[in-house]
Design a protein around this ligand. Structure first.
Ligand SMILES: [Zn+2]
Ligand SMILES: [Zn+2]
Length: 247
C-alpha cells in the first residue's frame, strides 16, 4: 500500500465513523466515503443495455433472428422518421442507475456527474465519435433558479467534446414526469429555439446530452430544432433510458 493509499484508507475509516455517510443509491453505510457518495456495489450493478440494440434509438431488439443486418432498427423506428439519428445511454433507467441519477438531479450530488460522464463516454463511444460538440438540454430559467444547476450540463462537461449552449427554452413546460407519453410530445413541441451559438452549427454533427430519456419527446424536440437550423446529424447521449420495448 502506497503512502497516499494509506492516508486515504485512514481517512475513509475516520469519515465512516464520524459521519457514517450512506450510499446515495442503496442507503448502506459507505466503506470508502472518499471515493464518492455511491458504493462500489451499486456502481458494479449498473448494467448496460446488452446487444442487439436498435441502431437508432438504442432500445434492445427482440432477437438476432429478426434483424436484417446491417439495418438493425426496431419496429418503432422503422415506422417513424425521427430527428434523432442515434441514441445511446449507459443503461436502463431502473435499479442503482435510477437511484444514482436521482441523487445527482434531486439531491444535488453533483460529484456523481464525473463517474456518470465517464460511463457515458465509454458506453456511448460510437455516439461521441466524430461529433463536433455536445449540447446540453437546457432548463428553463425558473427551474434552473430552483435547482441551482443543470444536471445535463454537468454531464455534458464530462464528455471530452466542446460544450455548446445551442438551445434555449422558449417557455416553461409542465414537468414531463407527470404526463402520459402521448402528451409529452405535445408538451415540448416548440419549446426550444436555437441560440446564436447554435446557428453556427450548420453542417455539423452534434450530440444532445440529458440525464434521462423517458419517451424521447424532449430530445426529439431539441433535435428537430437543431435540424431546422441546419445541423446535419443529431445524436443523443443520456445517462439512463426508459426501455419500453421488451424482448
Ligand atoms: Zn450503494
Ligand atoms: Zn429504435
Amino acid at each position: 500500500m502506497g503512502k497516499a493509499e494509506t492516508v486515504r484508507a485512514g481517512l475513509d475509516a475516520i469519515l465512516s465513523v464520524l459521519l457514517a455517510p450512506d450510499c446515495a443509491a442503496c442507503g448502506q453505510l459507505l466503506d470508502h466515503p472518499t471515493r464518492g457518495p455511491v458504493c462500489g456495489g451499486c456502481w458494479a450493478s449498473v448494467l448496460p443495455i446488452t446487444p442487439p440494440v436498435c441502431d437508432r434509438c438504442g432500445d434492445p431488439l427482440p432477437t438476432w433472428r429478426e434483424i436484417s443486418l446491417p439495418l438493425a432498427v426496431c419496429a418503432r423506428c422503422r415506422r417513424m422518421r425521427r430527428s434523432i439519428d442515434r441514441a445511446r445511454a449507459i443503461g436502463e433507467y431502473s435499479g442503482p442507475l435510477r437511484a444514482i441519477v436521482h441523487a445527482l438531479k434531486y439531491e444535488g450530488r453533483r460529484t456523481l456527474a464525473r463517474p456518470l460522464g465517464r460511463m457515458m463516454r465509454e458506453r456511448g463511444a460510437d455516439v461521441v465519435r466524430g461529433a463536433a460538440c455536445v449540447v446540453p438540454v437546457p432548463l428553463h430559467r425558473s427551474k434552473l433558479r430552483h435547482r441551482g444547476f443543470n444536471q445535463a450540463l454537468d454531464l455534458a462537461r464530462q464528455l471530452a467534446l466542446p460544450v455548446v449552449h445551442a438551445l434555449r427554452r422558449t417557455r416553461a413546460t409542465e414537468t414531463q414526469t407527470d404526463l402520459p407519453a402521448a402528451r409529452r410530445h405535445r408538451n415540448v413541441r416548440g419549446a426550444f429555439a436555437v441560440t446564436r451559438r447554435g446557428r453556427m452549427l450548420t453542417g455539423r454533427i452534434v450530440v444532445i446530452v440529458d440525464d434521462v430519456s423517458t419517451t424521447g419527446a424532449t430530445l426529439e424536440a431539441c433535435a428537430r430544432t437543431l435540424k431546422e437550423a441546419g445541423v446535419v446529424e443529431v445524436r443523443a447521449l443520456t445517462a439512463a433510458r426508459v426501455v419500453t420495448t421488451r424482448r
